[in-house]
Design a protein around this ligand. Structure first.
Ligand code: SIN
Length: 556
């Protein structure tokens, strides 16, 4: 498959493959495929997927498939917290305004209104299911993060908020006999006929099987692994976005990637997230000359919006010719720090950094994708019976830049809404003969790419270097040209999770690069050094969809 670009303005790009023979090797013929039928299929087991499953459980049998262990999701690793307007000093309207401001003029206001209005109810429900958020005395303890004008971020066990959410939601799903989970089941493709989704093909126990469903919900999370520096877990390879795109769904706002300003920087350490809540509690950023710098970049200093902090860090790194800056917490009470950030404290200690008495080396890392499978506020995509929620979806709730700690709330609110909408629109399969034929024709042959790990590494570095925090026409063209060398794999079938992930990573990387090239201006987290202003038509959203072997884009 090649992907020429077509859209409303007259612009063309072409990704062709020249390496077909070099990398591909047909080695296996598919013979027979097992088929299983469920009422509702959920792909992914983070906060959005589990919350959708809970909503659907009373209405039919629900299958949650996940490519790893059920708890292995970005949710599990979320540290700082979950934003919600529940404190005495806060109001839903102020949370609304802060979210719009962070989104830099590109939020879907209706989606934000739903988020902030339905959020408190979803949090209270979670507490009634056993969630234990940290308290100050008997009252919930709220912290502040960048771009919030009030203390509104709930946290659990100090800095393990996501783990607590995942624990409670997994427990709750276990209380419904109607909810079944398949771990280590990798969704390869959706079953879509005439723009209607009937389930998915799943690789499980070294076999591909067809899972037929009356409605399918994608909750596969983000795509941070596309970048060589990321806070995301290994599972975040953009699978849901890629399979939806292959099936003909629209992807929107793909140029908007949030880079978290502070991940641990050490050649020996993983790029472990150092929560924004640390700056909320008073941590100061210093360059390698030990000079604080954030006040030179924004009046809110350390608590400026994330894109501004990340770019400020890059600028200091360039100025001082260094690979990192420091986070300084040494002026804060050490007992408080150990208690407030137990996970961060012990993880950093493993790499010889004591956050109470050392400067902490940090550098930005890809953290969150605001774009994803385009949906309405009930999770419906452009394909019938296909829904999406959470980081893999784009309702427009985050605009061009997500307000910190809004994503767990999004998973709860939109997971529940999407579950309910999917149930209401689910219906029996209209044309079982067509589905049977689709299943019998799927995957004639599998291929392998012996160099897939090498390509993965090169792709991740390419995306970080050329499509990272600061982009320009030249860097994006170079990225496109390199990505196109691997496009031979886009229409191939593979039989291992790593290769299938690589194909998905390539698809999503291409879409991010394409959208970043199309947006000739800077907004929120998308920064073009050649177009630092917002530019013409900046309030439009870029949607990309596959039509035959072309990418069609539209501005809306
Ligand atoms: C953090 O703790 O800094 C991450 C919170 C978020 O990304 O929402």
């Amino acid at each position: 498959m090649s992907f020429p670009l077509v859209g409303n303005p007259s612009e063309e790009g072409c990704w062709t493959s020249q390496h077909d023979k070099k990398y591909s090797d047909v080695f296996r013929k598919h013979r027979h495929m097992e088929t299983e039928t469920v009422d509702l299929l959920i792909i992914g087991s983070g906060v959005a997927g589990l919350r959708a499953a809970i909503e659907l459980a009373p209405y039919g049998n629900v299958l949650v498939v996940t490519k790893d262990m059920p708890k292995e999701s970005s949710t599990e690793y979320a540290q700082g917290g979950i934003a919600v307007a529940l404190s005495d000093e806060d109001k839903v309207g102020i949370h609304f305004e802060d979210t719009l401001k962070a989104g830099d003029g590109l939020c879907n206001e209706n989606a934000v209104k739903i988020l902030v209005e339905e959020g408190p109810r979803r949090i209270l429900e979670l507490i009634s299911w056993g969630a234990e958020f940290d308290k100050e005395g008997t009252r919930l303890d709220f912290t502040i993060e960048g771009a919030h004008s009030r203390k509104r971020v709930l946290h659990a066990h100090g800095d393990s908020t996501g783990k607590e959410l995942e624990r409670v939601l997994l427990n709750k799903t276990r209380s419904f006999p109607s909810v079944k989970k398949y771990p280590f089941a990798f969704t390869v493709d959706l079953i879509v006929i005439d723009n209607e989704c009937y389930g998915a093909y799943v690789l499980k126990e070294r076999k591909i099987c067809a899972i037929l469903a009356k409605a399918t919900i994608l909750c596969t999370g983000g795509a941070g692994q596309i970048f060589s520096r990321t806070t995301n877990p290994l599972v975040a390879t953009g699978d849901g976005m890629a399979i939806a795109f292959r099936a003909g769904a629209q992807l929107e706002d793909m140029e908007f990637i949030q880079f978290h300003p502070t991940s641990l920087y050490s050649p020996y350490a993983p790029q472990f997230l150092l929560s924004e809540a640390m700056r909320g509690e008073g941590a100061i950023l210093k360059n390698v000359n030990k000079e604080p710098f954030m006040k030179d970049y924004h009046p809110n200093a350390e608590l400026a919006p994330r894109d501004i902090v990340s770019r400020a860090i890059i600028s200091e790194m360039v100025k001082t010719n260094s690979s990192h800056v420091y986070l300084d917490m040494m002026h804060l009470n050490s007992e408080f720090l150990r208690k407030r950030f137990p996970q961060i404290y012990s993880t950093c200690l493993q790499y010889n950094v004591d956050i109470t008495s050392n400067l902490i080396p940090v550098s930005p890392a890809a953290h969150y994708i605001m774009g994803g499978v385009r949906t309405g506020v009930n999770g419906a995509t452009s394909i019938k019976r296909l829904y999406a929620a959470g980081e893999s979806a784009c309702t427009g709730v985050h605009g061009a830049n997500r307000l910190a700690s809004n994503s767990l709330l999004e998973g709860l609110v939109y997971g529940a809404r999407t579950g309910s909408a999917a149930y209401q629109s689910s219906s029996d399969i209209k044309n079982p003969a067509a589905v049977k034929e689709h299943v019998s024709e799927y995957t004639a042959a599998y291929h392998s790419i012996p160099e897939h790990d090498e390509i993965r590494m090169t792709l991740r570095k390419l995306m970080w270097d050329r499509v990272g925090i600061i982009r320009c026409a030249d860097s994006l063209e170079k990225a496109k040209s390199k990505l196109s060398e691997w496009s031979f794999m886009l229409d191939k079938m593979f039989f291992t999770r790593r290769e299938l992930e690589l194909k998905n990573m390539l698809t999503v990387a291409m879409m991010i690069t394409e959208a970043a090239s199309l947006r000739k201006g800077s907004a929120g987290a998308h920064y073009r050094s050649d177009f630092p202003q917002k530019g013409k038509d900046w309030q439009k959203h870029i949607a990309l969809a596959r039509e035959d072997d072309r990418i069609k884009y539209s501005l809306e």
